[in-house]
Design a protein around this ligand. Structure first.
Ligand code: AMP
Length: 400
């Protein structure tokens, strides 16, 4: 059974067609970009490794979706004969506010609630809605689902998600911590427990999703009880271009000195800071590691800061849960950077974490244990796959 997964941005549509079953497989994936601009484009790749690229006018999301469906059914580079073979569509949705604690089938009521959350994710939710409308236009009878980045974290207690702001601001604007990357945190925690033969309901887990965007989550007995991203994805650990935690007073000082408007300040903290801004080298961890190896002092300090901040969250989440049984590293950096893993996870024996430096560099498979066999706390690297989670949730919702 084929499930189409869509991640619609304001000017782009990322897609994957997955054949679901015992061993789900990606049949095709690609991206439509520059929607609404003079000339749009599509880049498509199928499971026979054939690539197809085209430039054409894509004035809106409906035309973009039609382009995707045309690529999927094309005689040469397509992977299905007819659109009837698409049994369901799953949408990634950035923000479900306080409405959604899990993935849902899309109905008029769901659309209205996603609309209500547009204020909280002004760049993302309106674009997701355009994708849903466009899909309904083109394939009106195919069931659609919404899978939210925020829903897994709705289990956080108020003591974790409230900010020390006047309570009226929460009541009026719903300003609180929501957290993101929920699909990834849930997926890797469950996958690790499955591999270890553990019941997640008995365990305390810290999941570190370290990619270009990064967040860390404390999962107690299967529920997210704290996470490092907050009202927006800027809070938390240092990221590729986002600050992570920063003294608000420093931002106000910078805004005054540099005469930044609110939108310039927003762009600054999201796009010009983090490892890229601080190092003035790159947001890419591989470049920073290469430079550090050559002795570049700024690159060395950037790596030290990055690891220090991740370590701090792990320590604080162990404190929040009164212990930890498993630490999971995932995302582009968590899965691939033995350097960062080593910097973060050594000297944590006070917690019962015994890191194995040999296993760390000599990973056996992509999902691997990198703690010593007698370590009280297990450490694992687990590959994440957000599209697969969306497809799996979609199958569950549509077909039971
Ligand atoms: P993501 O956003 O999850 O795709 O992760 C992107 C980040 O992963 C970038 O900072 C990459 O530099 C980093 N990354 C990918 N492969 C490696 C690697 N082999 N070593 C270190 N960092 C890596």
């Amino acid at each position: 059974m084929n499930v189409l997964v869509l991640n619609c941005g304001s000017s782009s549509i990322k897609y994957q067609l997955l054949e679901m079953g015992e061993n789900p497989e990606v049949r095709a994936k690609g991206i439509v970009e520059r929607i609404g601009l003079k000339m749009g484009c599509l880049a498509h790749k199928n499971d026979r490794n054939q690539k197809y690229e085209t430039e054409t006018e894509v004035p809106n999301h409906t035309v973009g979706i039609k382009l995707v469906l045309e690529a999927l059914t094309n005689k040469e580079h397509g992977v299905i004969e007819s659109l009837d073979e698409i049994k369901a569509v799953g949408h990634r949705v950035a923000h479900g506010g306080e409405f959604f604690t899990q993935s849902v089938l899309i109905t008029d009521e769901v659309i209205a609630k996603i609309k209500d959350c547009c204020d909280l994710a002004p760049l993302h939710n309106p674009a997701h809605l355009l994708g849903m409308y466009a899909m309904k236009d083109v394939l009106p009878t195919v069931p659609q689902t919404a899978v939210f980045d925020t829903s897994f974290h709705q289990s956080m207690p108020a003591s974790s998600y409230m900010y020390p702001l006047p309570y009226s601001l929460y009541e009026q604007y719903k300003i609180r911590r929501y957290g993101f990357h929920g699909t990834s945190h849930k997926f890797v925690a469950e996958k690790a427990c499955k591999i270890l033969g553990w019941d997640i309901k008995d365990k305390k887990i810290i999941t570190c999703h370290l990619g270009n965007g990064a967040s860390i989550t404390a999962i107690k007995y299967g529920d997210s009880v704290d996470t490092s991203m907050g009202f927006t994805p800027v809070e938390g650990v240092m990221m590729g271009t986002r600050t992570g935690d920063l003294d608000l007073g420093a931002l106000l000082f910078i805004m005054e000195k540099e005469k930044l408007s609110i939108s310039q300040a927003n762009s600054f903290i999201n796009k010009e800071c983090g490892t890229n801004g601080f190092s003035e080298i790159s947001s890419d961890m591989r470049d920073l590691q290469d430079e550090a190896k050559k002795g570049n002092e700024r690159a060395i300090l950037t790596l030290d800061m990055y690891a220090h901040r991740v370590k701090k969250y792990i320590g604080s989440y162990a404190a929040v849960m009164n212990g930890v049984d498993l630490i999971v590293m995932t995302g582009g950096i968590g899965e691939n950077s033995d350097v960062i893993r080593k910097m973060v996870l050594t000297d944590m024996n006070y917690l019962g974490v015994e890191f194995d430096a040999v296993k760390n560099t000599d990973l056996r498979g992509t999902d691997a244990t990198i703690s010593k066999s007698d370590s009280k706390v297990k450490i694992m690297t687990i590959t994440t796959d957000e599209e697969l989670v969306i497809a799996m949730d979609t199958v569950k919702l549509v077909f039971g």
